[in-house]
Design a protein around this ligand. Structure first.
Ligand SMILES: Cc1cc2nc3c(=O)[nH]c(=O)nc-3n(C[C@H](O)[C@H](O)[C@H](O)COP(=O)(O)OP(=O)(O)OC[C@H]3O[C@@H](n4cnc5c(N)ncnc54)[C@H](O)[C@@H]3O)c2cc1C
Length: 511
């Protein structure tokens, strides 16, 4: 009989389009394992909202395996110790997994597991999970590789999964130490919340409803905090936990574009043009998904260090705690910023433009280092994905050296994206009786109106924590100087050579 194959699930919690599962099944009987690692559960980028999604995804995946006759084991502990213990009671010949680009902890963990496997005589098969290329020598040609991977055939979900007989697996698991079999209760997952839920079926439903109806106006509506929750795909949670593959999303979008092209009725009424623009924007964001993660794959240190040393010391190593707290708690006196932070805490999601604005505000107006603000957002984004997150945090803080410095004006953002103030009124209810115009800069509201509406600025809602024009001018001058230093020192060119998308030359980006 063929030797046992272990399918090691990490951030790829699905049964469809899962190449390691298919590879393992071709090699012999399989058992799946997911290991809850305390170092991840207690990490500074982890929150109970992530546990909630994980629980959903694992429950569904276990049921999918069981329905197909396969065994799925959930264990707890440090790796590779858990694998070592499992291997003693249930010997396996190989581990099958996806290549994963997650945080520094998982990077170190993967190295430990590889070393253990080599020592234990267990073969490691790690297969690409998206468009991210391991040991990439150069960014030249990366986009073509991405296209090739995205267009390759999806791996179908198996109808049946062959595992050893149930008694063997059960006896092996029972023989493991108690603490590996049971949860230490690191997080008590609340039964309900406003956070997005997880699992393969939900991920596919989200994608389908976006491509069939919600996505039509995506390109126009994606930046509005009012419209984006419905108009954006909302598949980021499913992608971050691997309940949906990027390739699946990309191919479904292409299929939808083909259907629209073939549908002459749609072509006449103009819907098709709107759909087509939205689908192009969506597909390019799936490309960005991997483009950003590739940066962290190539330089894992970007999670905690600047792209280039020239940016070291730009912002204080010790944060101004009053500023940090005010930003975190939605008490800056900038209504749209405050509304975003308060809504994020409750819902776990913000659209891209608002994420960029709150990060920009923290980095430029409050002059806080992204290493103090990024972890707050990482914990609160249900879709936290380190490769996108840390590189975006650096980009919106101006520390890449190769991107245009964009200092968002929160007043202008409010006028453009929340003109009627619906979003601010919902999340900053103390301001709700002010007029639409006064909602943008409430401190300019005549005192008599403040008193009549029961919201005196400085008493019921904070005065602006910093003066916009002064903070803007300070940040602009500092960033201009440091960017020139980055160019003079050659570090901008080095960053571009390593991480630039190759679509826009460095000179055009930094003008
Ligand atoms: C400071 C900051 C931090 C961010 N942190 C994260 C994060 O931790 N996890 C995360 O998934 N996204 C992050 N983003 C990118 C983006 O805001 C989210 O991907 C998007 O809002 C998720 O919602 P959606 O699935 O409806 O996206 P849609 O607009 O429907 O896009 C579809 C998919 O494309 C990808 N995508 C969209 N925009 C971007 C982008 N700018 N860069 C890279 N990929 C993109 C995502 O995978 C997304 O799910 C961050 C952006 C900023 C400015």
């Amino acid at each position: 009989m063929a030797a046992l194959q272990l399918v090691w699930y990490k951030r790829d919690l699905r049964i469809a389009d899962h190449a390691p599962l298919a590879g393992a099944m071709a090699a012999g009987p399989v058992v799946a394992v997911y290991v809850h690692e305390p170092e991840q559960q207690y990490a500074t980028d982890r929150d109970v909202r992530h546990e909630r999604v994980l629980r959903d995804a694992l429950d569904e995946l276990k049921a999918s395996w069981q329905a197909r006759g396969g065994h799925f084991i959930e264990l707890h502990g440090v790796l590779p110790a858990v694998f070592d213990a499992l291997h003693r009671v249930l010997p396996f010949a190989a581990i099958w997994a996806h290549e994963e680009t997650w945080n520094a902890l998982s990077y170190a963990r993967d190295r430990r597991v590889r070393a253990w496997a080599k020592h234990a005589g267990v073969t490691m098969h790690e297969l690409p999970s998206n468009g991210v290329v391991r040991r990439l020598a150069s960014r030249d040609g990366w986009a073509e590789t991405w296209q090739r991977r995205m267009r390759s055939r999806l791996v179908p979900a198996p109808d049946r999964i062959a595992s050893p007989d149930a008694a063997t697996t059960t006896a092996a698991v029972t023989a493991l130490p108690e603490d590996m079999r049971t949860s230490t209760g690191a997080h008590v997952v609340p039964p309900w919340s406003d956070w997005q839920r997880g699992g393969e079926a939900r991920g596919h439903d989200m994608l389908l409803s976006f491509l069939s109806a919600r996505g039509q106006d995506y390109r126009r509506a994606m930046s509005s905090p009012n419209e984006a929750p419905e108009a954006c795909s909302r598949i980021s949670v499913a992608l971050a936990f691997g309940s949906l593959s990027v390739r699946h999303a990309y191919q479904a979008a292409r299929q939808r574009a083909r259907e629209l092209r073939d549908d002459t009725r749609n072509r006449r009424d103009g819907d098709a043009a709107q759909w087509s623009q939205s689908l192009v924007s969506f597909a390019s964001r799936l490309h960005w998904h991997c483009h950003f993660i590739q940066k962290l794959e190539d330089e894992p240190r970007l999670e905690t260090t600047h792209y280039a040393p020239v940016f070291d010391g730009l912002r204080p190593a010790e944060p101004d705690m009053d500023h940090l707290r005010a930003w975190r708690d939605g008490q800056t006196g900038y209504p749209l910023v405050d509304a975003c932070m308060r809504s994020l805490r409750v819902t776990g999601w913000l659209t891209f433009r608002m994420r960029a604005m709150v990060m920009s505000f923290a980095s430029y107006h409050l002059w806080l280092d992204w290493r103090h603000t990024g972890p707050v957002l990482a914990r609160w984004f249900t879709d936290y994905e380190p490769g996108i997150h840390w590189t975006q945090c650096q980009m919106q803080s101006g520390t890449t050296g190769i991107n245009t410095i964009r200092i968002y004006n929160p007043y202008k953002q409010a006028e453009e994206h929340d003109a009627a103030g619906a979003f601010v009124r919902r999340w900053v209810p103390e301001l709700s009786a002010l007029s639409d115009a006064d909602l943008v800069r409430p401190e300019h509201t005549p005192l008599i109106m403040q008193q009549m509406t029961g919201c005196v600025i400085g008493r019921d809602y904070p005065l602006p924590i910093v003066h916009h024009e002064t903070a803007y001018a300070f940040a602009r001058d500092r960033m201009h100087a440091i960017k020139q230093a980055a160019q003079r020192s050659g570090s901008a060119q080095q960053v571009y050579d390593r991480h630039g998308s190759r679509r826009t030359p460095l000179e055009a980006r930094t003008r």
